[in-house]
Design a protein around this ligand. Structure first.
Ligand code: MLT
Length: 204
C-alpha cells in the first residue's frame, strides 16, 4: 500500500535521508522543521500514517491509550519498511542511509522498525517513545546509534518504559543515548537541540 508523503531533495546526496514520522493526529507536514534543525542538507521523506483513529492519523492501531494492537503493529511496520524500499528505488537514494526522526506514535513505529528489521534504519531519533512490542528477539543492531528524548514526568511514556526500551536496544548492540527533560510528553526546543548535537557527534 502506498503512503502519503512529502519528499524533499537535499543538497548533499551523501547525507542520510531523514525519515519523519509524526505523532497521533499529526501529518507529514508536522516535523519538517526538525529536519532543518538536525541536518538541513539532507533529503527528507516525511510520511503520514495510514491508520485513522477518530479522524486522527497514526502509524498503527491501538486498543486503548498505551495498549497497542500488536497484529496491526507488525503489519504496519512491514508496510512502512516496504514503502522505504520502494521510495529509495523511485527517488534514487541509498536505502541503507536512512535516519528516522519520530515523535510519540511516530517514534514507536520507528522503534518497531528497529525491533523487526536488521537494516531498516542507519540510526534513529526517538522523541518520547514506548516499548513497541515485548517478548521479541531483536535483530542485530550493532552500532546503530539511537537518541531517545524522554520526560521524567511523561505520563504516556513513563521513565521505567524508557529504561526498558534502552535496555532492549542496548542488548541488541545499539548505542543508545537518553536525554531527559521535565516537560511531560512535550517535544521541546531544548530536546531538539540535544538531538541535533547528538546527530553531529554520532551520525556524521
Ligand atoms: C501511541 O499510541 O503510539 C502512544 O501512546 C503515543 C501516542 O501517540 O499517543
Amino acid at each position: 500500500m502506498s503512503m502519503r508523503h512529502i519528499f524533499k531533495q537535499g543538497t548533499d546526496p551523501a547525507a542520510p535521508v531523514l525519515l519523519l514520522l509524526h505523532g497521533t493526529g499529526g501529518t507529514e507536514h508536522d516535523l519538517l522543521s526538525l529536519a532543518d534543525a538536525i541536518s538541513p542538507e539532507s533529503s527528507v521523506l516525511s510520511v503520514r500514517g495510514n491508520v485513522l483513529e477518530n479522524g486522527m492519523p497514526r502509524f498503527f492501531r491501538r486498543l486503548a491509550e498505551g495498549v497497542f494492537d500488536l497484529e496491526d503493529l507488525v503489519f504496519r511496520t512491514e508496510e512502512l519498511n516496504t514503502f522505504l524500499d520502494t521510495a529509495a528505488e523511485e527517488r534514487g537514494f541509498d536505502r541503507r542511509n536512512i535516519v528516522a526522526i519520530g515523535y510519540s506514535n511516530g517514534a514507536n513505529i520507528a522503534a518497531s522498525l528497529l525491533f523487526h528489521y536488521k537494516d531498516a534504519l542507519r540510526g534513529a531519533i526517538l522523541h518520547h517513545p514506548m516499548v513497541p512490542i515485548r517478548g521479541k528477539q531483536l535483530p542485530e543492531l550493532a552500532d546503530v546509534p539511537v537518541f531517545i528524548g524522554a520526560g521524567t514526568n511523561d505520563p504516556i511514556c513513563r521513565p521505567e518504559e524508557t529504561e526498558e526500551l534502552t535496555a532492549l536496544l542496548n542488548g541488541a548492540g545499539a548505542s543508545v543515548n537518553v536525554h531527559w527533560e521535565r516537560f511531560g510528553h512535550q517535544l521541546t526546543g531544548t530536546e531538539v537541540a540535544a538531538a541535533a548535537q547528538w546527530y553531529r557527534e554520532s551520525i556524521q
